[in-house]
Design a protein around this ligand. Structure first.
Ligand code: FMN
Length: 274
């Protein structure tokens, strides 16, 4: 039986007094991404069960505005890994899924019923992304429950102009994230999260303690797993140096535009984003 206190200390680097972890949710606290897979296959019958679990996620107004492309062809998975260039382990995954927001199906349904689709707007874009993310999250939880490992891959969006045609994504459909799937070679250490005091607000939003809380979090993370030189963001813009904490590394990443052409790309794929 898992010890809830140990799981919380691993997850947060500190005790959370008064928090009791029921056994059935202990595996969720212990989860982590897996970035290397064995040669063992994932049977179709199991994959289909994981996809059924994903489709059991809630969806806004029951509209179910997402799709998923399942890839099993090793050469095509490697093609995506090669385009990304820095994540060769993706090619070790026997299955790669691309989770997509999908406005097209709703547009086709309107068409089939001789009605206009009058919701090509930012709210629909967000709903497609949320429906998709919830399904992917449920897929990941189901996969981990049976001992499989997964890792979401936002980098498919960095090569969207090549990934979309590879998958035949039509107008109104865009990748939210890739997801590698396979049997783990090894489990990475648990990644430490921000303390609940930073993320969880009671009754009203209040981030007045943020600077102190973040300084303490940076310290806890530094003590367990200092940011490696290879993990420093935007080394071409900021000097590489020892002792960079999590929050400074976040700032290094967020201070440089990432995928700034995404909105323009979505407009070429039929999204008005109004
Ligand atoms: C939407 C999303 C996109 C991600 N994209 C990538 C990616 O492109 N490459 C990668 O190696 N990890 C990716 N990750 C995994 C995160 O880096 C990982 O979840 C984070 O470092 C925390 O580690 P943990 O999930 O093991 O707790 C992504 C995660 C999410 C939720």
């Amino acid at each position: 039986m898992a010890d809830g206190g140990d799981l919380l200390r691993a997850r947060f680097g500190m005790d959370l007094p008064g928090t009791e972890v029921p056994d059935v949710i202990a595996p969720l606290l212990d989860r982590r991404v897996v970035r290397r897979y064995t040669d063992q296959l994932v049977p179709d019958s199991l994959l289909d069960a994981l996809l059924a679990a994903a489709q059991s996620a809630p969806a806004k107004s029951d509209l179910q505005q997402y799709s998923v492309v399942v890839m099993r062809d090793a050469a095509r998975i490697k093609q995506i890994a090669d385009w990304i260039g820095t994540m060769d382990w993706i090619a070790t995954a026997p299955v790669f899924l691309v989770w997509c927001g999908d406005m097209r199906r709703g547009q086709r349904l309107c068409d089939m019923h001789d009605m206009p689709h009058a919701n090509n707007n930012m709210d629909t874009f967000l709903n497609t992304a949320v429906d998709c993310s919830l399904a992917m999250a449920q897929f990941m939880a189901a996969a981990e429950a049976v001992g499989l490992g997964t890792c979401p891959i936002s980098y498919v969006r960095s090569h969207i102009e090549r990934v979309s045609p590879l998958l035949g994504l039509p107008s109104g459909v865009y990748p939210v994230a890739g997801l590698s799937l396979g049997w783990p070679v090894f489990r990475r250490p648990v990644s430490m999260r921000l303390p609940p005091s930073v993320v969880v607000h009671r009754e009203r939003y209040d981030d007045s303690a943020l600077p102190d809380d973040i300084a303490a979090y940076d310290e806890r993370r530094r003590a367990r797993e200092p940011v490696a030189a290879s993990g420093l963001k935007n080394n071409d813009v900021y000097p590489s140096r020892d002792g960079v904490g999590w929050s400074e590394n976040v700032a290094r990443q967020l201070s440089v535009p990432e995928r700034f052409g995404f909105g323009a790309y979505l407009k070429t794929k039929g999204f008005d984003l109004a």
